[in-house]
Design a protein around this ligand. Structure first.
Ligand code: SAM
Length: 432
């Protein structure tokens, strides 16, 4: 198989769209055989095209009269890559067109060169009219599936457009400074010395915003564990957990370990049990804890089947960073828009409720259980906690001294893009 940035991007996009595979998984494998200097373009094309897929698709339908066969999903995806370059990238149009046409041969489909060439040139000539034709299609305009647009409208009647627009932005890169190594200011000084412009994130104690994303290995002290990559919204969970020394803590849905490590960085003497149902993802926690030189007890298990993993000792803190729709982090994972189905939301809400109900009895009296999701949908968030509190009179909501986000009837909701952070929901429950 031959490789080039554009051909590989087309293959990755076709896998995500047709086989419903996750972008992260497919892209990581596709980057390996590419020359170093082609990887960034491949990555930009995959993220950009999937971010705007529903819009680009509506445009391409006007350019290709006879729909392509399913086995030519890579050619269909390549056309979207061409359109994305012409509309949204700073690549000269002649180069964008000729390189995209050349990629047909790399895909082993030289018959498609005429089709791609004619379609892209047609788009160039008639762009204004073609774009006007999609203005009435909501799903194309906002580049979100119709069911999700309706759900955001229902949940956030005054903010749905703002949410959709934030979901289509390129996310900034944020870091968490390991407080066992440096203060935030000391690390900012290190960045300045390395000529890497950055500033602090006011919403959290250890957060840093980089002016522009870069490879982690270019950042001072990454290998030595000075920092981790984590959005500021995820870092805010720590304030609610109120970690002091000498605690026994359960991180029930822990992989890849962002919050496990953050918990351990607060006080390294705490006993942290980190569970994840996915044994392969648990290995990522191991990689992270070993880079940061931290120690947790890692267990691959379904947290809701407590007989499989619990040693009978109660916990001072429980974090349920629940499996969720990911509708708060679409800007980081644009494939969510194509992979999620409407019925997923109720299924996820059921799983979340099972986790809450089974883990609650494992909390010590006066202990804290923090429930979080990176969802922007009420069913997974404030409605979930409202139901839980109704069914558990011995649980009460613990009100944060410093609210992490907008106060809701129960918990706190950060909508995607608020303060330029990810969308996140937080609730802190105390055992009376
Ligand atoms: C939102 S992610 C957690 C992110 C993690 N807390 C972090 O900060 O890096 C949710 C995780 O829950 C895990 N999961 C889903 N259902 C689970 C269950 N029943 N028991 C344990 N883990 C589960 C998934 O495998 C996934 O890794």
């Amino acid at each position: 198989m031959k490789h080039s940035a554009r051909a590989s991007a087309a293959r990755v996009i076709a896998e995500v769209v047709q086989k419903q595979r996750s972008l992260n998984a497919v892209l990581a494998a596709a980057l390996i055989p590419l020359p170093e200097n082609e990887r960034s373009l491949c990555q930009q094309l995959c993220y950009g095209v999937l971010r705007w897929q529903l819009q680009l698709q509506a445009i391409s339908q006007q350019l290709v009269r006879k729909p392509l066969k399913a086995k030519d999903g890579d050619v269909a995806a390549l056309l979207l890559c061409g359109l994305y370059q012409l509309r949204d990238m700073r690549i000269p149009s002649h180069a964008a067109i000729s390189e995209t046409v050349n990629a047909c041969k790399t895909l082993g489909k030289p018959w498609a060169t005429g089709l791609i060439n004619a379609s892209l040139r047609n788009f160039q000539r008639n762009q204004a009219e073609i774009e006007k034709n999609i203005e009435t299609q909501e799903s194309a305009v906002y580049a979100h599936p119709e069911w999700l647009i309706q759900q955001f409208k229902q949940d956030w009647p005054d903010h749905w457009q703002q949410v959709l627009s934030a979901n289509n932005q390129q996310p900034p890169m944020m870091l968490r400074v390991n407080r066992q190594h440096h203060t935030r200011q000391a690390y900012l000084d290190k960045l300045q010395q390395a000529d890497i412009p950055a500033s602090e994130i006011s919403a959290c104690d250890e957060g840093i915003l980089l002016d522009s994303p870069r490879d982690v290995y270019q950042l001072p002290g990454f290998t030595e564990g000075d920092i981790s990559v984590q959005d500021g919204a995820a870092q805010q969970v720590m304030a609610l957990l109120n970690i002091t020394s000498g605690l026994r803590i359960l991180d029930a849905c822990a992989a890849p370990g962002g919050k496990t490590c953050h918990i351990l960085e607060q006080h390294t003497d705490n006993e942290v049990v980190a569970l994840d149902i996915d044994a392969r993802r648990l290995q990522q926690i191991e990689q992270n804890t070993s880079r940061l030189k931290l120690q947790a007890t890692l267990i691959a298990a379904d947290a809701s089947v407590i007989d499989d993993w619990w040693d009978g000792q109660l916990f001072d803190r429980i974090l349920i960073d629940a499996p969720c729709s990911g509708t708060g982090v679409i800007r980081r994972h644009p494939d969510i828009k194509l992979l999620r189905r409407p019925e997923d939301i109720s299924n996820l809400a059921t799983q979340q409720s099972v986790l809450l109900n089974t883990l609650w009895p494992l909390l010590k009296p006066d202990g804290l259980l923090v429930y979080t999701t990176c969802s922007a949908l009420k069913q997974e968030n404030e409605q979930q906690i409202a139901d839980f509190l109704r069914q558990h009179p011995q649980a009460e909501e613990h009100i944060a001294d410093k609210p992490p986000a907008q106060r809701r009837t129960y918990g706190y909701q950060r909508l995607p893009g608020d303060d330029d952070l990810d969308g996140f929901y937080y609730a802190c429950l105390r055992h009376r």
